[in-house]
Design a protein around this ligand. Sequence first.
Ligand SMILES: [Mg+2]
Length: 142
Amino acid sequence: MHYFNVLIVDDEEDFLETIIKRLNKRQVDASGALSGEKALELLKEKTFDVVILDIKMPGGMDGIEALAEIKKIQPLAEVILLTGHASVETSIEGMRLGAFDYLLKPIKLDDLLKKIAQAIEKKDVHDQKIRSAQIKKLLKYW
Ligand SMILES: [Mg+2]
């Protein structure tokens, strides 16, 4: 039984597979994408609670471009950025664009799990606010 949906976007295949396996063991339904483009395809098909997004990806779309598109497709998904020491500035920019937080690579699984839990907690509070506003609206017109 999985309770949470998490998408990990990273161009390092070994890293991606390891993290997915470990998350799947811990009641997290983890999916992976090796590029920003692939991530956007998945986000159009399925709702995710949290997206873990590598800032540095070679080729097409970089992390910041991907972040902007992710927020357009699923504004309620919380995004955690993965960054190297050289790209902390980019993570700060990412948080201005709506990312929840960032983690420095190499990441420890425990830190990632904690961060995912915090992101889900924040999302839950937000989801509840939206739901109670919808209920108020409903009561007003019935
Ligand atoms: Mg990378």
